[in-house]
Design a protein around this ligand. Structure first.
Ligand SMILES: N[C@@H](CCC(=O)N[C@@H](CS)C(=O)NCC(=O)O)C(=O)O
Length: 227
């Protein structure tokens, strides 16, 4: 048994972000599924860390709980030298990696989650303005990423970093709820590069049995449901 436990749900985009980092670096861990819809499980999870978000990393050997996906990846990167440096040693590169991690979380993951959450509401409680604003944010973020990826292979420079761990699940779900516009070229090409990573393929493969529960499963491209 490994000392690291990742509390997660197999469909969750933020869980995918940390799983990609763990697989990239080849770090052994025990996945533990949490059902936040179950009040008792939510209460037990909130007792570990008050935000009650998933994922949550528990390092029993160190006797600590590590919250927030970017911090979990930094914690893992500091302690495990295998695989790519998710937080590059060079200060400028590291800052760029942190920046693009933040940008993908806040301007792709967050509006994507707003659109998905709206679909889960009863029809008479849906908020069209909220969804329109989220779509505008995604258009802005796609255009910003398009410029960045026109000149480099990965989100924050020439190497795979924490920013790509954040980008992969964010773009995966976002491109289903809000497809890339046809004029975008570098961003879809980058997304295809992400899909070629063994870590990303593994995460999507493991999530496949759960995709039918995604509120926009009806729009999920067949290639993610087969194989
Ligand atoms: N800022 C947090 C966000 C985590 C997050 O939003 N997780 C979602 C799942 S993808 C969640 O726990 N949602 C359930 C809830 O908010 O009750 C992080 O980076 O760890």
């Amino acid at each position: 048994m490994t000392a690291l436990t990742l509390h997660l749900h197999p469909l969750s985009s933020y869980c995918h972000k940390v799983l990609i980092g763990l697989y990239e670096k080849g770090i052994p861990f025990e996945p533990r599924t949490v059902n936040l819809g179950d009040p008792a499980e939510r209460k037990a999870h909130a007792a570990l860390w008050p935000t009650a978000k998933i994922p949550l990393l528990e390092d029993r050997a160190a006797g600590r709980v590590v919250p927030e996906t970017s911090i979990m990846l930094e914690y893992l990167d500091q302690r495990h030298s295998g695989g790519p440096a998710l937080f590059p040693a060079d200060p400028e590169r590291r800052m760029q990696a942190r920046l693009w991690d933040r940008l993908f979380d806040q301007y792709v993951m967050t509006p994507m989650q707003r659109i998905v959450a709206d679909r889960l509401r009863p029809e008479d409680r849906r908020d069209e303005l909220n969804v329109t604003e989220a779509r505008q944010l995604l258009d802005m973020a796609y255009a910003m990423a398009e410029k960045q990826l026109a000149v480099q292979a990965w989100a924050a420079g020439p190497d795979f970093t924490v920013a790509d761990c954040a980008a992969a699940p964010a773009l995966f779900y976002a491109h289903i709820v809000h497809p890339f516009a046809p004029e975008l070229k570098a961003l879809p090409a980058y997304f295809e590069r992400l899909l070629q990573r063994a870590s990303v393929q593994r995460v999507l493969q493991e999530a496949r049995p759960w995709f039918r529960y995604f509120p926009y499963a009806d729009r999920m491209p067949a290639r993610f449901l087969e194989g």
